[in-house]
Design a protein around this ligand. Structure first.
Ligand SMILES: *[C@@H]1O[C@H](CO)[C@@H](O)[C@H](O)[C@H]1NC(C)=O
Ligand SMILES: *[C@@H]1O[C@H](CO)[C@@H](O)[C@H](O)[C@H]1NC(C)=O
Ligand SMILES: *[C@@H]1O[C@H](CO)[C@@H](O)[C@H](O)[C@H]1NC(C)=O
Ligand SMILES: *[C@@H]1O[C@H](CO)[C@@H](O)[C@H](O)[C@H]1NC(C)=O
Ligand SMILES: *[C@@H]1O[C@H](CO)[C@@H](O)[C@H](O)[C@H]1NC(C)=O
Length: 485
């Protein structure tokens, strides 16, 4: 039989019930967030029409709103921040509805963080103008629309303003120049038009300026000498034209991210970029830059991500001394590299290498990268690469994309290892022979057109154009195979 635990003396029982009483009532005593805050938050909740993942289910009247998920009270009973995050990888993790004006009751609110909620709609929440302590606005990745209010400059206390990933239209209001305390300004991923306001030059405390993925036009203002702390500058995916302005050079000591890709910028890549000691990521892709890449780039020893693809750059490409490049894209310029550069081959951390149309003439079997473990993407399309990728693909255990169309690769396709991670394989316009292996049915994209393949095509959904122009491939989606006895 089990032994019973020592029975408690009456006095210890008393002590226990007393402590339970204390615990309960202390809790009760604090279980009252300020009534205004409670009703402001309940008003916010009633503006939400759909909450399929139950982000707000435990926001219940009469319970301490300071304990509700997403709510923070730094000063006694007053709500200081509201932070609701959707999970991008979960389809159910969103909120629909509008931001209720009742949030204006949260008099001590200093930060509003509504991130990745995806389906919050309506105009810019004007109630934010009425919150005297508000410093941080992050309303990212939802469906707010309409203009950014002209008088946004009245929120002079703001330290951060991010409205990234919404559907704001119209111009960036010129009053933005009044927000001189801003450390971060992120209006990326909206539908903003017009020019970048020159008044942004007054925002001297900026560490991050992100206006990417809009429809901004005009030149990049030459106003960077005032930004002594800027670390991130992203103006990619707009319609900006003209040259890289000279004052960008004053960002040399601290700038880590410079992204100007997908615009219509012209001229030479300035020499001074080679002096950007902290530069980690440089994206100048899809512009109209011409001339040579400056020799000074040899001094970018800490650059991890370099994308100069799709410009009009020409030889000679400078000697680089970077220890470990992580991703490199030099595709579709006027380069004739002949071989894959040593500083790429020796990188211990490279995961993405894109050298399409770079005048590479090597035999692929001779390429011995010192590391293949991290490789996700390799693009050598449109070169004069010969030999076989069999050994390379045998060593890249996590490859996701391999593109090598328009080369002189000659190998038996049946010997090619198709790793489980591979999604996209393009070997079109080469000299590949043998049969198409069954393993390709797991790919999302595939192209072996214009080779010397033969035999029955395994069952897949790829269109005929993925198989055309071979010696004797047959079966769906091409003509049926002849049946032999
Ligand atoms: C997003 O919200 C709108 C209006 O609030 C609603 O009609 C729509 O069904 C919502 N979308 C999703 C995916 O829930
Ligand atoms: C802005 O910069 C000035 C000068 O560098 C500094 O004194 C001030 O504290 C900064 N303000 C904020 C909000 O960081
Ligand atoms: C690299 O930096 C050093 C020191 O700042 C400088 O002397 C040298 O000229 C630079 N190299 C190039 C190729 O610009
Ligand atoms: C592929 O790799 C395995 C082991 O890593 C090795 O045994 C095999 O010979 C390789 N095959 C080719 C074709 O390189
Ligand atoms: C396959 O490649 C050929 C030539 O490179 C191209 O014309 C065709 O559209 C491609 N088909 C698919 C499905 O990618």
């Amino acid at each position: 039989m089990m032994e019973l635990p020592l029975s408690h003396s009456p006095s210890s029982l008393l002590l226990i019930s007393f402590s339970i009483f204390i615990l309960c009532c202390l809790k009760l005593a604090s279980a009252t967030c300020h009534l205004d805050d409670e009703s402001g938050l309940l008003g916010f909740r009633s503006g939400i029409t759909e909450d399929p993942s139950g982000m707000l289910v435990s926001w219940k009247p009469g319970t301490d709103c300071c304990t509700w998920p997403g709510i923070n009270c730094l000063f006694k009973d007053r709500v200081t921040s509201i932070s609701l995050y959707g999970q991008p990888d979960k389809p159910n993790s969103f909120l629909s509805g509008r931001i209720s004006p009742s949030l204006s009751k949260l008099r001590s609110l200093d930060g509003i963080y509504l991130q990745d909620l995806r389906n919050i709609s309506g105009p810019f929440p004007n109630l934010l103008f009425g919150l005297p302590n508000l410093q941080f606005i992050y309303i990212q990745n939802s469906k707010l629309s309409g203009p950014i209010p002209d008088n946004i400059g009245k929120m002079t206390r703001l330290g951060s303003l991010s409205l990234a990933g919404n559907r704001f239209t119209g111009k960036i209001p010129s009053s933005i120049s009044e927000l001189t305390q801003l450390g971060q300004l992120n209006l990326g991923g909206n539908l903003l038009t017009g020019e970048i306001p020159d008044g942004i030059r007054r925002l001297k405390n900026l560490t991050l300026l992100n206006l990417e993925r809009n429809q901004l036009s005009g030149g990049v203002p030459d106003f960077f000498s005032s930004f002594t702390d800027l670390r991130v500058l992203s103006l990619s995916h707009n319609k900006l034209s003209g040259k890289i302005p000279a004052t960008i050079s004053s960002l040399a000591p601290k700038l880590a991210y410079l992204e100007l890709g997908h615009n219509a910028l012209i001229g030479k890549i300035p020499d001074f970029l080679g002096t950007f000691k902290a530069l980690d990521t440089l994206d100048l892709s899809w512009n109209r830059f011409s001339g040579v890449v400056p020799k000074s780039f040899g001094n970018l020893t800490k650059i991890f991500n370099l994308d100069l693809s799709n410009n009009f750059l020409v030889d000679p490409f400078p000697e680089m001394y970077v220890k470990g490049i992580e991703s490199l894209d030099l595709s579709n310029n006027g380069f004739h590299l002949d071989v894959i550069p040593k500083w790429v081959t020796s990188s211990p951390i490279i995961y993405s290498l894109k050298l399409a149309g770079c005048g590479i003439k090597m035999k692929l079997d001779d390429w011995k990268p010192s590391q293949t473990y991290f490789y996700d993407y390799i693009d050598l399309s449109g070169n004069q690469v010969s030999g076989s990728p069999i050994e390379l693909l045998n060593r890249t255990d996590y490859l996701v994309g391999f593109w090598a169309s328009g080369n002189g690769l000659r190998f038996n396709m049946e010997s090619l290892r198709i790793v489980k991670t591979l999604k996209d394989l393009d070997l079109s316009r080469n000299l590949v022979f043998g049969k198409v292996p069954q393993a390709i049915s797991g790919l999302q994209k595939f192209n072996v057109s214009h080779n010397h393949l033969c035999g029955r095509i395994p069952a897949t959904d790829f269109p005929a154009s993925a198989f055309l122009g071979n010696d004797c491939l047959c079966g769906s989606p091409l003509a049926p195979c002849k049946v032999y006895k």
